[in-house]
Each structure stands twice: as structure tokens, then as C-alpha cells.
Design a protein around this ligand. Structure first.
Ligand code: PNS
Length: 164
């Protein structure tokens, strides 16, 4: 039997949005397992809504019914994490032209660093084209309704955090 094809869906996920969830579910069509990889970023940690551990927990809750999806935190280079996990794919969603520039640059650079690591860039579902974690944090912090952008498990956590 051939090795399972493992895909990483890396990101900050502060918090996980329905746009992210859509990309993870679509990755399951061509990967055997998907690891949703939450990056530790010391530079943005101060402004974060959730700790990395909380983000991993909320991803586990959101994908509780999907045994092929796993959540994990990583520090350092994505390519090193990919090596450790035996991943051959990185999957990222793009919402538009601005995202594309950044994503294609990262994809090429990651492949320079680890030639066996290929990136699949999925066009985001237009339903979620305007959704970003940054906007969700801002709207929730100012008392707006973020229910249309988050799954129930994530929404509960965001509402609790925004109220404190
Ligand atoms: O959700 P984000 O913040 O757009 O995700 C960016 C992320 C985490 C995928 C990217 O910053 C990353 O891969 N960070 C790990 C460090 C790394 O490998 N940097 C070099 C990328 S070419």
C-alpha cells in the first residue's frame, strides 16, 4: 500500500472561519489526511484573540466528526513541520488577487526550501470571499454579529471572549 497523502492547512486561525473550514474540507478530496497547522507567531501574539492552544482546541471541536482532520500547533518553519509530519502538500485558500501574490510567493519559497513539498492553492468559495479572521475579531470586539462567518463551536468561544 502507498503512503498516505498528508496535506497541511497552515495558518493563524485566530479564529477559524467558515472560509478556512471550506478549504480544509475540500482538501480531503485529494489528501488522505489533513493537518490543520496553527502557527505560533511571537510578533502577533499580543494582539491575538485566542492562544495557540485555544485555536487548536476550537479546530478539534469544529472537525470532531471528521477523523481524517487533525489539529496541531507548530513553531518555526512550515517546511520543518512538513518534514516531521511526512506531509507532501500544503493547501491554502485565496480570496482574490492580493492573496494570490502572497500565496504564490510562499508556495515557491516553500518549494525552494523543501523540493518535495507542493502547494495547492484553492480559490475561495465566493460565499466566504469577504471573510477574514481579522475582520471577525474586529466586528466581534465592537459588538457586531459574526454568526454568519463561524461554525457554532467557534462562535461560542468568540462571543465569550468578546464579552470579557
Ligand atoms: O493565516 P496566515 O497568517 O496567513 O498564515 C501564514 C502562515 C502561518 C501560513 C505563514 O506565515 C507560515 O507558513 N509561517 C511559518 C514560518 C515559515 O515557514 N515562513 C516562511 C514561509 S515561505
Amino acid at each position: 500500500m502507498s503512503d498516505p497523502r498528508i496535506a497541511l492547512c497552515p495558518g493563524s486561525f485566530d479564529p477559524l472561519t467558515l472560509g478556512h473550514e471550506d478549504v480544509v474540507r475540500r482538501a480531503l478530496a485529494f489528501a488522505d489526511r489533513v493537518v490543520v497547522a496553527v502557527s505560533h507567531s511571537p510578533t502577533t501574539a499580543k494582539q491575538a484573540m485566542f492562544t495557540v492552544e485555544e485555536r487548536v482546541e476550537m479546530i478539534r471541536e469544529a472537525f470532531a466528526g471528521e477523523p481524517r482532520v487533525e489539529a496541531a500547533a507548530f513553531q518555526g518553519l512550515l517546511v520543518d513541520f512538513a518534514r516531521r509530519r511526512g506531509a507532501s502538500l500544503v493547501v491554502r485558500g485565496v480570496r482574490g488577487g492580493v492573496d494570490w501574490e502572497y500565496e504564490s510567493q510562499m508556495a515557491v519559497m516553500n518549494r525552494r526550501l523543501l523540493s518535495t513539498l507542493e502547494t495547492v492553492i484553492l480559490p475561495g468559495d465566493p460565499m466566504h470571499a469577504h471573510v477574514s479572521s481579522t475582520l471577525v475579531r474586529q466586528i466581534a470586539g465592537l459588538g457586531g454579529d459574526v454568526a454568519p462567518f463561524l461554525s457554532p463551536a467557534v462562535l461560542r468561544r468568540v462571543r465569550t471572549r468578546a464579552a470579557t
